[in-house]
Design a protein around this ligand. Structure first.
Ligand code: NAD
Length: 520
């Protein structure tokens, strides 16, 4: 029952139609550096969001299969941990090269399963690849500290890997999120059990295939499948020492609690409601273009998507121009060159987004641009929602309180920068916030007072590059945000400090004195 995964494009250039990508009928899991078909009794169908054609089926793996994978990862740990960090780094160099070589192929499967445009899918891969590139300097971050603390005595610290770690991923960045974790966990000497989203597993499968090609030994990188039952199994498995989760609040808060209660380290990045504050001294064209790109790119299915525009004073008059620019966006299948945004991921997502837009009208908001009911000619069966703008939004409305996660921008007007900051701070999410202004004084005031983890100044989606870390705030992270992804904090998350104090005294110093009290 073993077979190789055949997720590949038949041409080296981007496919112009879906027919050129072949996905396996059933997505295999990956253990011992090979793909195996699950003997699962139930499967989750993955549909192409542009056509709703079946792409592949994802197995709800059995407990026995999951245990077999964890056992393999556990077995691989002691030799991987004891492989020199320089040897691990060599594997990582090769992995980086292979991801770059397979960039188009990864992007194509993301578009097929998840719907985003090919250009945007390439960005998804690149942002993950950059983490892998930065992880090549992992040895630098792993260096310990040493100090002579007393005569003949020194204390030194070592960073040691934790063991088997598990990564539970969302659907919206099928390459980037696995790559936020695999490289950092593996370079530091851990072994990895990754569970991709059951809605977009293909990129993770290619990343697994490339891991084997790069030279990761058997058992170091593993991929399992399934939904809640698989997650519960991973949360309860005593061999798993840490959980990295990215996804919704509903799942993440539960996962944080259950994983922590089981004594595991948990890092969990959750939902968002990102605001942009637009000041009258902002550069108008650049600001409007930035807002459009950040609100509607990836059909709004980014945790750093801009979902609320807060106009200060007379900038509310910019709304008609904003609507005009949003209307000009091309909504189409992600493989079509003429496409700015693709479909949303599932029919359920589409229904949820449409329900929230309807709730806005019911609660007194206005809809100057309504994308409901839109269908591109070539793809009548897809999950389409065109760019939608809701105006006159109030913080009490459901469309403001809920994360919409679609191509919908809510607009609010306030009278001053302070009122805007107060409004944004009152929102329970705190992933990102941006200010648009040409005043350094205003920008500084915003930067100092805003309660958001990622702040943009004339930058709409300020996702930090991998030499920094992804630093959400408030309910956008579980556990107060102490365990952030990638960068130096990512290395800290996947390693345990060991602090060793040693004393070496030469024999000729005379007899030692016994002391039972603490040294003073
Ligand atoms: P999701 O929470 O539905 O799924 C994420 C993962 O959790 C999947 O692997 C899924 O199988 C699992 N899961 C879902 N419900 C579960 C449950 N009840 N019990 C156990 N496991 C469960 O999220 P999604 O819809 O795939 O992704 C979109 C969400 O992710 C949005 O809320 C978005 O803001 C968030 N997100 C956050 C970040 C960030 O860094 N803050 C990045 C990307 C996405």
């Amino acid at each position: 029952t073993q077979r190789k995964i055949v997720l590949e494009t038949t041409s080296t250039s981007f496919p112009s139609s879906h027919k050129k990508i072949v996905a396996p009928k059933d997505t295999p899991y990956f253990v011992e550096n090979e793909f195996r078909l699950s003997s699962a009794e139930s499967f989750i169908d993955v549909h192409d969001p542009a056509t709703n054609n079946l792409v592949t089926r994802v197995p709800q793996m059995s407990k026995q299969e999951l245990q077999e994978v964890i056992r393999s990862a556990q077995k691989a740990f002691s030799s991987w941990k004891n492989t020199s960090v320089i040897a691990r780094q060599q594997v990582m160099f090769r992995y980086v090269g292979l991801i770059r070589e397979n960039w188009d192929r990864l992007a194509a499967v993301i578009t097929l399963e998840q719907g985003k445009t090919v250009a945007d899918a390439k960005g998804d891969v690149l942002r993950g690849l950059q983490v892998a590139e930065a992880a090549c300097s992992g040895p630098e971050y792993m260096k310990g500290e040493v100090l002579e603390v007393a005569k003949d005595m020194e204390t030194r610290t070592y960073r040691e890997p934790l063991g088997v770690v598990s990564v539970i991923c969302p659907f919206n960045f099928p390459a980037m999120i696995p790559l936020w974790c695999i490289p950092v966990a593996a370079i530091t000497g851990n072994t990895v059990v990754l569970k991709p989203s059951e809605r977009a597993p293909g990129a993770a499968m290619i990343l697994a295939e490339l891991a084997e090609k790069a030279g990761f030994p058997k058992g170091v990188i593993n991929v399992v499948h399934g939904a809640h039952d698989t997650v519960n199994f991973l949360l309860d498995a005593p061999e798993i020492k840490a959980i990295s989760f990215v996804g919704s609040n509903k799942a993440g808060e539960y996962i944080y609690e259950r994983g922590s209660a089981n004594g595991k380290r948990v890092q969990a990045n959750l939902g968002a409601k990102n605001h942009a504050l637009i000041l009258p001294d902002a550069e108008r064209d650049q600001t409007l273009d930035s807002i459009i790109a950040a609100a509607f790119g990836a059909a709004g299915q980014r945790c750093m998507a801009l979902s609320v525009a807060v106009f200060v004073g007379e900038t509310e008059n910019w709304l008609p121009e904003l609507v005009k620019r949003a209307k000009a966006l091309r909504v189409n299948g992600g493989f079509e060159g003429e496409s700015d945004l693709g479909p949303v991921v599932t029919l359920q997502s589409k229904a949820r987004i449409e329900r929230l837009v309807a709730s806005a009208t019911n609660e007194g908001a206005t809809i100057p641009l309504d994308g409901r009911g839109f269908k591109p000619d070539l793809y009548p069966n897809g999950n389409w929602v065109g760019p939608t703008i809701i105006a006159d939004v109030k913080p009490s409305m459901e469309c403001y309180r809920e994360e919409i996660f679609g191509p919908v921008l809510s607009c609010i007007t306030v009278s001053s920068i302070d009122e805007g900051i107060e409004l944004i701070n009152a929102n329970e999410y705190g992933n990102g916030a941006a200010v648009f202004t040409s005043s350094g004084i205003h920008a500084e005031r915003f930067r100092k007072n805003i309660e958001a983890g990622q702040v943009g100044v004339n930058v709409p989606i300020p996702v930090p590059l991998p030499m920094f870390s992804f630093t959400g705030n408030k309910r956008s992270v579980a556990g107060g945000g102490s365990n952030t992804f990638y960068g130096k904090p990512g290395v800290n998350f996947y390693t345990q400090l060991k602090t060793v104090t040693s004393k070496w005294t030469s024999r000729d110093v005379g007899p030692s004195k016994m002391a039972l009290s603490m040294p003073t």
